[in-house]
Design a protein around this ligand. Structure first.
Ligand SMILES: [Zn+2]
Length: 223
C-alpha cells in the first residue's frame, strides 16, 4: 500500500506541445458523442440513507473496472515503442515504487502498475470491506483519492495518445460518457486535485462545463 503514499509528480517533458497539432478529441463532432443522456450530475450525488464511504467504495470500484475495460480496447496500440513514457499531452507521469523511488516506465508499464495496485486495494477486505458491520479504515478517503488520481491519468492518456484508435473502434462515445461520469463524481467529492486535471482542462470544459460543480453548465447540450 505504500506505493500510494508516493507522490506522482508530473513534469513537462521539455517538448513544446505542438500547438498547431489539432486535438482530435476536442472536435465537436466527437465531443457530442455519448452512449446515454443520463444526468450524471444527479447520478453522482450521495443518495440519502447510503453511507458516504460505501458510496465512494462502490463508485471507485466501478470506475476502476470501466477504465480498465476502456484501456483494454486500445492496449494493443499502447506499447513500449509507441508510448515510451506515460505522457498526457505535454505532461509526463512517473511511477513511484513502495519506497517512494521514482520508476522510469513506459505507458503500458505505468498502466499495469496502476491496475494491479488498484485491483489489490479494491479486493482487500480491510480497505474495501464488503461484509456487513466491517468498518472502513481511517485512510480510506485518501486511498480513494489516490486511486482516482491514477485512474484519471489512464483516462487522460487514452485521450491524448489513443483517441484515433478509440475513434476507429467507434468507442469514443463510451470514452466520453465514462469521462463525464468520472469527472463529475470526483468533483462532487473533491477527490482529485485540480492541478492534476488541468492538463485536460479544455476537454473537461467542453464535456462537463467548468467550475467546481454546482454551477457548471453542460455546454455540449446547448449546442
Ligand atoms: Zn499509450
Amino acid at each position: 500500500m505504500d506505493w500510494l503514499m508516493g507522490k506522482s509528480k508530473a513534469k513537462p517533458n521539455g517538448k513544446k506541445p505542438a500547438a498547431e497539432e489539432r486535438k482530435l478529441y476536442l472536435e465537436p463532432e466527437y465531443t457530442k458523442s455519448r452512449i446515454t443522456d443520463f444526468e450524471f450530475k444527479e447520478l453522482v450525488v450521495l443518495p440519502r440513507e447510503i453511507d458516504l464511504n460505501e458510496w465512494l467504495a462502490s463508485n471507485t470500484t466501478t470506475f476502476f473496472h470501466h477504465v480498465n475495460l476502456q484501456y483494454s480496447t486500445i492496449s494493443e496500440f499502447c506499447t513500449g515503442e509507441t508510448c515510451q513514457t506515460m505522457a498526457v499531452c505535454n505532461t509526463q507521469h512517473y511511477w513511484y515504487d513502495e519506497r517512494g523511488k521514482k520508476v522510469k516506465c513506459t505507458a503500458p508499464q505505468y498502466v499495469d502498475f496502476v491496475m494491479s495496485s488498484v485491483q489489490k486495494l479494491v479486493t482487500d477486505e480491510d480497505i474495501f470491506p464488503t461484509k456487513y458491520g466491517k468498518e472502513f479504515p481511517l485512510s480510506f478517503e485518501s486511498l480513494v483519492k489516490k486511486i482516482c488520481k491514477y485512474l484519471f491519468h489512464v483516462l487522460a492518456h487514452i485521450y491524448s495518445s489513443h483517441f484515433k484508435e478509440t475513434l476507429a473502434l467507434e468507442l469514443h462515445g463510451h470514452l466520453n460518457t465514462l469521462y463525464i461520469h468520472f469527472i463529475l463524481f470526483v468533483r462532487e467529492f473533491n477527490l482529485v486535485d485540480c492541478k492534476e486535471t488541468t492538463v485536460m482542462g479544455d476537454l473537461t470544459e467542453v464535456l462537463c462545463g467548468s467550475g467546481a460543480g454546482a454551477g457548471a453548465q453542460n455546454h455540449v447540450k446547448e449546442r
